[in-house]
Design a binder for this molecule. Structure first.
Ligand code: HT7
Ligand code: ZN
Length: 872
């Protein structure tokens, strides 16, 4: 397959203004009748052919303005329907047959748990009917859904339900009209036996919107949190961005087979059940947070994505980076901003930095792709959100809001580009964001170097910032980088005065680095300070600065910025662990740094930290993050070092940890509220350390917690400890968990995932056995991800075993899955992307698996693109 290039964008020759669809849903096949009001664009030459996209469609009829088209007027190929010289404006009617029940790719119209549902982004609509399947074709839709009433009592589509009725043979229908023009990727249809948890929302202009959450009947008692989250998101978007919902109904449907997290179809979101269903005994605190943020994310798309959409798929970050940014602001407002920011940065550094330094590195606005689905990446989403965040930092909250208002005012109802967005922000604020625009084309993680010089005589501190290209890449254009900075004096944070300022104020400055190197001079600095750099992670860069362990310990204790306190602690921990890994490799005796232990002890007892912050601060950097700091990832040494450090820390802090564990015992039934979440986070952190000591009494704590807890947060945490520990306690806990939850897919996914990420040395053999377990189903994306995704992408030590068996297992499953669901197979094969970062034996093993996959006849273009890039 040939790549598609951004530079080759051309507007379409024809457009479609109205779409009338009729779906006759059946058990053996489904018939789709489409009538499209097509118009030739004014500068398209008369006689130009109309080329519609279509895949896996059986064409039954094609007519223009009601007249059958003679066979020599059109060509139906495997991916298109071409109509010669169709005229300037006409109605094109097609009838096609499709087979949703055989659609395991889960793109287009498919079946999940016996119900019908759709997924059209990015290019799934062409698997439903012939169409101009591109986001810059926006049309109004009217949709009739017909189906057997007994099997499919609920019939949903986008917009407002305008008609329902009975048909012969026990069938019924519903007609839905969507008044808003939309690209076809936002089309949705659902038919099934579902129950509704409903509510309402009164908008700020006084309209009442009906809210409906549709789920399989057994799940009706798990919808309350999703509904509350939706209401909170609707209020927040009004308050924060002045955005009001625009239809009279907002529906969410939860399905069990879904390739991603959720989909923002206009008025009818379709969700992976994982991001809807929650009950205290089935969902963890993190699941509750995940639901809140994904519900909000899809809701926010109504303005950033649906009302204003993307001109082409290269602009994906226009809607995704911006909407992730908006959902992050929302989550920060709903909970603790520092905890939210730490979670985001941890994920960015672990996943996006890795992507940016591997074969899939691409700008947030890619220049080319073969399979668009491969570009729903952490770079487009999370780095994209960082880029938006930097603009907000530069413009301030009020300036950013002005820019957003102008963006909506200018572009409501349009399909636009990232440049249009940036222009709106710049114009609304009268600023120049030209240089900043380079972030949209930039590849890799830039480096910022910092150096500080204190002049005691002048009481001045000069901070020199320098930007450098990402490691391993040279050249590149100079970026516009906001670096948030503070200074810590002997008695704490200093009020800052830059040399161009007249008076000192505040303890943070956002320094703008546009040059290769620039110095900033701070005045009235009483003694050599410690600089707190990149506060709040103000730019997605790697920071290089010489700091002693003592400087880091000081920042860890005294930086007023909670994020930076955490970050300093992580940097210190990283150093300690990398030194230990060196000791492992050199065969030296291991000892945990005493200063580090003391710093951890201080955090445990520090009243300024809440439980969640303490847990984050006391969680050692994961092995993948540590590996990123090494030239050649020392898989076994890193694992040994981290395992050693966990136990050594647990030994040193045994008594305070035990005291924390006891003091944080639950005082009543589970409540999903902030203080309780903090309490559980801290308690489960303490449990993890204590169980790592392997003492029977401490293992007993986990067994008791597992047996007595009334909620999934505590049960799962205890089970995770027991799985890592191994032994009979592991087996009996796993058996009990399975017996209780084997009929509950989302909970059983946890059972698979916990075993797949275990640090226990027998993990690979257990994962192999689990892949043959009767409850394992490779074709269900959640289940495949819970076992294989967790193993291949999150368990560095076991996946990269020296003997190559981990690699072989994942490659086998990629090959087995690819013929059915290439999208999920392509995500899994990405586990091999970092192969060049490992030692020769591991490189050889991974390369051999990549070559085996590449040699597979009939490999999908999704997997082929990833593998070819990895091997290039
Ligand atoms: N906009 C949605 C993306 C999505 C998707 C893309 C490709 C294949 C399947 C998919 N399901 C959902 C989700 C979002 O970012 O909001
Ligand atoms: Zn999104």
């Amino acid at each position: 397959p040939q790549p598609i290039f951004r530079k080759d964008y051309r507007r379409p020759d024809y457009t479609i203004d109205r779409v009338d669809l009729r779906f006759e849903l059946g058990e053996n096949f489904t018939t789709v009748h489409a009538s499209l009001a097509v118009r030739r664009m004014h500068d398209t030459p008369a006689g130009a052919p109309l080329v519609l996209d279509g895949e896996n469609l059986v064409l039954k009829r094609v007519a223009i303005d009601g007249r059958e088209l003679p066979a020599d007027h059109y060509v139906a190929g495997p991916t298109s329907l071409t109509i010669a010289d169709p005229g300037a404006a006409f109605t094109l009617t097609t009838v096609v047959e499709i087979r949703p029940q055989d659609n395991l790719e889960l793109s287009g119209l498919y079946r999940s748990s016996g119900n019908f549902c759709t997924q059209c982004e990015a290019e799934g609509f062409r698997r439903i009917t012939y169409f101009l399947d591109r986001p810059d074709v926006m049309a109004r839709y009217s949709v009739v859904v017909e189906a057997d009433r007994a099997r499919y009592p609920v019939l949903l589509a986008n917009g407002n339900r305008v008609e329902t009725g009975e048909l012969d043979g026990g069938r019924h229908f519903a007609r839905w009209d969507d008044p808003f023009p939309k690209p076809c990727y936002l089309f949705a249809l659902v038919a099934g036996d579902l129950r509704c948890h409903d509510g309402e929302f009164v908008t700020r202009s006084g309209r009442t919107v009906r809210l409906e959450i549709w789920v399989e009947p057994d799940n009706i008692d798990r919808c309350a949190h999703a509904l509350r989250s939706l209401q909170a998101a609707m209020r927040w978007d009004e308050d924060t961005f002045g955005r009001e919902y625009d239809l009279d109904i907002y529906m969410i449907v939860a399905v069990s087979d879904f390739n991603m997290g959720a989909m923002e179809n206009k008025g009818l979101n379709i969700f992976n059940a994982k991001y809807v269903l929650a009950r205290p005994d089935t969902a963890t605190d993190d699941d509750y947070d995940g639901i809140e943020s994904v519900i909000a994310h899809e809701y926010f798309h109504n303005w950033t994505g649906n009302r204003v959409t993307c001109r082409d798929w290269f602009q994906l970050t226009l809607k995704e980076g911006l909407t992730v940014f908006r959902d992050r602001l929302f989550s920060a407002d709903m909970g603790s901003p520092a905890v939210a920011r730490i979670g985001d940065v941890l994920a960015l550094r672990t996943n996006q930095f890795a992507e940016d330094s591997g074969p899939m590195a691409h700008p947030i606005r890619p220049e080319s792709y073969i399979e668009m689905n491969n570009f729903y990446t952490t770079t487009v989403y999370e780095k994209g959100a960082e880029v938006i965040g930097m603009m907000r930092t530069l413009l301030g909250a009020a300036g950013f809001r002005r820019g957003m208002d102008l963006y909506f005012e200018r572009h409501d109802g349009q399909a636009v580009t990232c440049d249009d967005f940036r222009a709106a922000l710049a114009d609304a604020n009268g600023v120049d964001l030209e240089q900043f625009g380079r972030w949209y084309s930039q590849v890799g993680t830039p480096v910022v170097r910092a150096r500080g010089d204190y002049d005691a005589a002048a009481r001045a501190y000069t901070l020199t910032l320098e930007q450098a290209p990402p490691r391993g890449r040279d050249g590149g254009e100079l970026l516009h980088i906001p670096v948030a900075v503070g200074l810590l004096g002997p008695d704490g944070p200093l009020a800052l005065r830059l040399s161009e300022e007249t008076a000192a104020s505040g303890d943070t400055r956002v320094l703008e680095l546009r040059e290769r190197s620039r110095s900033f001079r701070f005045e009235d600095v009483p003694a050599a300070p410690v600089a707190s750099l990149l506060r709040g992670f103000s730019a997605p860069v790697e920071l290089e600065v010489e700091r002693s362990d003592a400087d880091l310990a000081r920042l860890m204790a005294a930086d007023p910025d909670e994020f930076s306190r955490w970050d300093a602690g992580q940097e210190l921990a990283r150093r300690v662990l990398l030194r230990l890994a060196g000791d492992v490799e050199a065969g030296r005796e291991l000892a945990l740094d005493r200063e580090f232990v003391a710093a951890c002890a201080r955090i445990l007892g520090d009243e300024r930290f809440d439980g969640s912050l303490k847990a984050l601060a006391l969680t050692l950097p994961n092995e993948r993050l540590l590996g990123q700091q090494q030239q050649v990832v020392a898989v076994d040494a890193l694992h040994a070092a981290r395992q050693f450090a966990v136990r050594a820390l647990a030994r040193a802090l045994r008594e305070p940890l035990l005291a924390v564990y006891k003091a944080t015992a639950p005082q009543g039934p589970y409540r999903i509220e902030r203080a309780e979440v903090d309490r559980r986070k801290l308690r489960n952190l303490a449990l993890g350390y204590l169980v790592a000591l392997g003492e029977p009494d401490l293992i007993r704590l986990a067994v008791e917690q597992f047996e007595l807890s009334d909620n999934m947060t505590d049960s799962e945490a205890a089970l995770a400890c027991l799985i890592d520990h191994g032994g009979p306690e592991r087996d009996s806990a796993l058996a009990r968990f399975h017996a209780r939850w084997h009929k509950d897919p989302l909970v059983l996914d946890k059972w698979f995932a916990l075993q797949a990420v275990s640090t226990h040395p027998d993990t690979l053999d257990r994962v192999l056995a689990l892949a043959d377990h009767p409850d394992f189903n490779l074709l269900n994306p959640n289940r495949a991800r819970s076992l294989l995704g967790a193993f291949g992408l999150r368990n560095q030590h076991q996946f990269h075993r020296q003997d190559g068996r981990g690699h072989a297992l994942v490659a086998d499953k990629v090959l087995a899955l690819d013929p059915h669901n290439p999208q999920v197979a392509a995500r899994l094969v990405a586990a091999f992307n970092p192969w060049r970062r490992f030692d020769a034996a591991r490189q050889q093993s991974m390369r051999a698996q990549l070559e085996r996959i590449a040699a597979q006849p009939g490999l999908s273009k999704s997997v082929r693109e990833i593998v070819d890039r990895a091997l290039a």
